[in-house]
Design a binder for this molecule. Structure first.
Ligand code: PEP
Ligand code: MN
Length: 466
């Protein structure tokens, strides 16, 4: 069986020829026609139907005068990190709620989600030996066709009318979330000396919590050794961490209002988040979302669910994917484009190879990421849920397929939380059907809880270590 790391070592030793990168011909006429509002000429799917256009204009004007949430230089840093994920020199761990909500907004749950992501990164770095790029589905992941950013959740006709002022509330919540995350990332909380203190209280007696503490102890010894060797314990790699935020680029009024021209480069950045991705339902080549996203300079992602052999639908086929990549990343810039594959383990084994081969044969550089959540949703005892075993099987298939093809698994994209919820079945904690109604809190899709997410990171580490 092909071993990814061995392959990369051989490639860097020069025994395997590097891929030939053929620059795509730039369609400059097409590009120069781009403006932050040019998406308005195309069909925008999945947008709310705002009836009060005056109030929409007011809301958008307020947001357009607000400061950017992220800065262009940060987006460029993330892009360079994602370029490393494309070659196997780093690994992306992206995760957070399916949808952030207004009612569940709390400092503790932001902290706990961040904390589990720190733990997962340590597990993958210590166990897998590669740098981990941490990206939250946070500080902007509100938009769903009926999320809190659009309408209230009460069961009344009035509450369900899309209210544009909710866009402003979402901006404010994103700003407050990001402010806290920046504090955690650089204010000492995320310092490597605190590695053993990140374990969540309710995890202390769980198998995964125990496994984490064993690993943290060994990592702590390694840090002490390096400090004894002269590593400066005040160096930023010891005291802070890099953390980025991302969300689905869905509500184009909101995204356009936060799109700003970067004074250093003259490029346009969507300053609502470092990374934006295009959802499975809005990635039509001639649609408004693709038009908007091709013009922003942030690193971007695109969800891909493939066409199975006997299906006739709008699901992704290899030719479509190659065209989409050429449109979104015409200069073939490494790190610019992440392809987030989501299809269920069996379909992935059958169908992902065709996508990966087509992209490879077109010499397109993308970062391949596995979203093992959205192809594994089922209904059990009246709850929308997912089984840990199926999720893990999809991640396994993702690594296997890349190994067989000699291509690079660049990361995973999870719906997860630091809270002790019971939304997904199974895992070491054995959440069963009867547990679902005990702590089923999600606002949208079911998330891995802290223990299940950590368990997944041990599995990922085992694959990265090969
Ligand atoms: C999601 O990420 O929550 C989502 C809806 O995914 P997709 O666009 O892949 O269906
Ligand atoms: Mn979801």
């Amino acid at each position: 069986r092909h071993q990814t790391r061995a392959f990369l070592r051989e490639r860097s030793a020069g025994t395997i020829a590097p891929p030939i990168i053929v620059p795509f011909e730039k369609d400059s006429e097409h590009l120069s026609a781009w403006k932050p509002e040019s998406w308005r000429q195309r069909k925008a799917h999945q947008q709310p139907n705002y009836t009060d256009s005056k109030s929409l204009t007011d809301a958008v004007d307020i947001i357009a005068r607000m400061p950017p949430l992220v800065f262009a230089g940060e987006c460029r840093n993330l892009q360079s990190r994602l370029a490393k994920c494309a070659t196997g020199e780093a690994f992306l761990m992206q995760g957070g709620d399916c949808a952030e909500s207004f009612s569940q907004f709390s400092a503790n749950s932001i902290r706990d989600s961040f904390r589990v992501q720190l733990q997962m990164a340590v597990v993958a770095m210590f166990g897998g030996g590669v740098p981990v790029v941490k990206v939250g589905r946070m500080a902007g992941q509100f938009a769903k066709p009926r999320g809190d950013i659009i309408n209230g959740q009460a069961f009344t006709a009035n509450a369900r009318v899309p209210d544009p002022m909710r866009l402003v509330q979402a901006y404010n919540q994103a700003a407050a979330t990001l402010n806290l995350l920046r504090g955690f990332a650089s204010g000492g909380y995320a310092g490597l000396q605190r590695i053993a203190q990140w374990n969540l209280d309710f995890m202390a007696y769980s198998d995964q919590g125990g496994a984490y503490m064993d690993l943290a102890k060994r990592a702590g010894e390694a840090i002490n050794f390096m400090t004894a060797c002269g590593l400066d314990s005040r160096t930023p790699i010891m005291t802070e961490t890099e953390y980025y935020v991302s969300h689905e680029c869905l509500l184009l009024d909101y995204e356009q209002a936060l799109t700003r021209e970067d004074s250093t480069t003259g490029l346009w950045y969507d300053c609502s988040g470092h990374m934006l991705w295009c959802g499975e339902r809005t990635r039509q080549l001639d649609g408004a979302h693709v038009e908007f996203m091709r013009g922003i300079a942030n690193p971007i992602g695109v969800k891909a669910r493939p066409l199975t052999a006997h299906e006739v639908s709008d699901k992704m086929d290899p030719g479509q994917l190659v065209s989409l990549i050429a449109t979104l990343n015409p200069e073939n810039t490494p790190g610019r484009l992440t392809v987030i594959v989501r299809m269920g383990a069996d379909k992935l084994r059958d169908n992902m190879p065709r996508l990966v081969e087509a992209v490879r044969d077109s010499a397109q550089v993308v970062t391949w990421v596995c979203d093992p959540m959205h192809g594994n949703t089922e209904s059990v005892a009246g709850f929308k849920t997912r089984r840990y075993d199926r999720i893990r099987a999809e991640v396994e298939a993702f690594f296997d397929v890349h190994e067989e093809l000699g291509t690079v698994p660049g990361g995973i994209h999870l719906e997860m939380t630091g809270d002790n919820v019971t939304e997904c079945l199974g895992g070491g904690a054995s959440i069963d059907e009867g547990d679902l109604d005990s702590r089923y809190h999600t606002h949208c899709d079911p998330r891995l809880n802290a223990e299940q997410a950590l368990e997944m990171s041990f599995y990922v580490a085992s694959r990265l270590a090969q």
